[in-house]
Design a protein around this ligand. Structure first.
Ligand SMILES: C[S@@+](CC[C@H](N)C(=O)[O-])C[C@H]1O[C@@H](n2cnc3c(N)ncnc32)[C@H](O)[C@@H]1O
Length: 317
């Protein structure tokens, strides 16, 4: 998975070959249109208010791909929250030069408000919010009890009993690093996976809106994702002093935001996009949203978690 997605020359993402949206390999919330970014911008503005309208508020995005989400958020904040926009910094963590180039082009109009780093290590400690959409599912995993091997010049999975293997080591190391950088504020992650009681390993291979049978088909040409174990990420976050602020599915999360900010849904296009994001058989149930927080008053839930259950119970801790 690491090589297929991130080999410097041949990787699906690192080569710049990855294509998201109608003409690409798969849809994401972001590729549905600007509404997703507009809704999240409203959530970020509420977080800024919760933090006391600080003048060093930073939005950190990881997995920004071609910069579409960042553009949607910054445009929405410029129009609807000019005070926040005037002090905001938008930091993108992007390891791949080809993607950073595309992001810079898409975000030209926002000038030096947008900054880049290649990894979380390059990020200054910050107050604000770290956001990701489908970042964690793109992190390489170890399939429990299996290894990749070669058989007659073909890749195959072979049994490999290893009691030490940690399936989602990359995701756990990610939260270790991020917790150390977040001084005050939130981590909001949108992704698909399971809480522990329902967890099962799901590896998905997608190309041109088809699901392929094996990760060894179309290596470097297809996307590979693994459903994430939310509980293990939440527990690791708690071990670093973060609290689980909210956990719910995308349907409830976005419904909560819209109930606080109903004017965000405009026109027929907006309604169609909303249906795609909310509908349980489209993206509404497939995705979950987890928010972690540090050094904020947890008693008053964010708009997105207005209709959510107790967060620790929901995430199975
Ligand atoms: C499934 S795509 C999602 C793209 C975008 N967020 C969206 O929703 O359309 C996953 C993205 O995460 C990026 N990615 C993976 N590991 C990363 C890391 N450690 N730091 C930053 N980006 C990473 C990939 O390069 C890819 O652009």
């Amino acid at each position: 998975m690491e090589q297929a997605l991130y080999h410097p020359e041949h990787g699906y993402y690192s080569s710049g070959r990855a294509s998201i949206g109608r003409k690409g390999d798969y849809f994401t919330n972001v590729s549905v249109g600007p509404l997703f970014g507009q809704l999240l911008a409203a959530q970020f503005a509420e977080i800024w208010e919760r933090l006391g309208k600080i003048d060093n508020f930073t939005i950190v995005e990881q997995g920004a791909h071609d910069g579409e989400f960042a553009r949607d958020v910054l445009s929405a904040l410029r129009g609807k929250s000019p005070k926040l926009f005037s002090t905001l910094r938008y930091s993108i963590i992007e390891p791949f030069p080809v993607l950073q180039g595309r992001q810079a082009q898409a975000l030209q109009e926002f000038g030096d408000r947008v900054q880049w780093g290649r990894s979380l290590d390059e990020l200054e400690p910050f107050a604000g919010v770290h956001f990701s959409n489908e970042l964690l599912d793109a992190m390489p995993i170890d399939l429990r009890g299996k290894r990749v091997d070669l058989e007659n010049d073909n890749f195959v999975l072979v049994d490999w009993p290893d009691s030490e293997a940690v399936t989602n080591r990359a995701a756990l190391e990610w939260i270790d690093h991020l917790a150390a950088k977040l001084e005050r504020g939130f981590v909001v992650a949108v992704d698909y996976g399971f809480a522990r009681s329902e967890f099962r390993e799901v590896l998905q291979v997608r190309e041109q809106h088809r699901t392929l049978d094996s990760p060894f088909e179309q290596i470097g040409e297809a996307d590979i994702t693994a459903h994430i174990n939310w509980t293990s990420v939440a527990e690791r976050a708690e071990a670093h002093g973060l609290s689980v602020n909210g956990f719910t599915d995308q349907h409830h999360f976005l419904t909560g935001i819209i109930s606080e900010f109903p004017a965000l849904i405009e026109g027929e296009k907006g309604k169609r996009a909303l249906q795609m994001l909310l509908h349980p058989e489209m993206l509404g149930r497939a995705f979950q949203v987890m928010a972690l927080n540090k050094d904020v008053d947890p008693t008053c839930p964010l708009a997105g978690f207005k209709f959510a259950r107790n967060p620790r119970a929901a995430v199975d801790i």
